[in-house]
Ligand binder design. Sequence first.
Ligand SMILES: C[S@@+](CC[C@H](N)C(=O)[O-])C[C@H]1O[C@@H](n2cnc3c(N)ncnc32)[C@H](O)[C@@H]1O
Length: 257
Amino acid sequence: MTRHSDGSAGDADYGRIGAGYSRIRRPDPRIAARILAALGDAKTVLNVGAGAGSYEPADRDVTAIEPSESMRAQRPSTRAPAIDATAQDIPFPDDSFDASMATVTVHQWPDRAKGLAEMRRVTRGPVVIMTFDPQPPQHWWLMDYAPEVLEVESRRMPPIRSVVSELGGNAEVIPVPVPADCIDGFAQAFFGRPERLLDPEVRRATSAWSFVSESVVERFEAELGSDLASGAWDAKYGTFRTLPEFDAGLRLVVGRP
Ligand SMILES: C[S@@+](CC[C@H](N)C(=O)[O-])C[C@H]1O[C@@H](n2cnc3c(N)ncnc32)[C@H](O)[C@@H]1O
């Protein structure tokens, strides 16, 4: 596949939507703890589709791969610079790392099976994939206000069983509930804070919005804005504000050799 002008190697163009990503998509400590547990006692960790470095453990020797220049530029100076490479062609010999990880990125890869096989090839221990189930287990309000965005997501997100099989078949699937005050600003993080999705910068940090038309976005803003102002949203969906966490389909798939 041809890469976008900033090097982006998936379906989303981070040269266009990447600015501001790291302000909105910051690692959530409760999700980070689950990823850390899945990495076990690995000392060397490869992070593929690393973006600005979310969820890279600070106490391990991390090597990061990230094709988009715009995303590499947002890595904090405390993190190692990322290597310009793609999941489908990882530039390391077999069994180079104790563990590897890829968070909310596999749905963007042009050849996911190849990318996951590459991760398996270069990893001695667990391969930890964080992704969304394309069939969310519960109905939630965004499905009513922006069904087009969630349809884009369900087409892009791979079935969990495919990720398991592409990792070689021996994998554990761990549900990751999204906390009500989730710091990582993917769309599902705002299940109880709908106002936040009226902010264009927040929406830009979730690539699915870049695949729907401007008219869908305008309709979403008008309908949600008016229902929040009138109280109609709270009358119908207000219980979402009271949930401490929500199962939005976020999953860790932990593949073992
Ligand atoms: C939603 S961001 C996630 C970044 C980071 N892992 C995180 O959790 O914030 C998806 C990332 O996947 C990267 N990506 C897309 N296609 C890729 C590919 N073929 N190989 C490696 N990374 C890719 C993008 O450049 C982008 O940085």
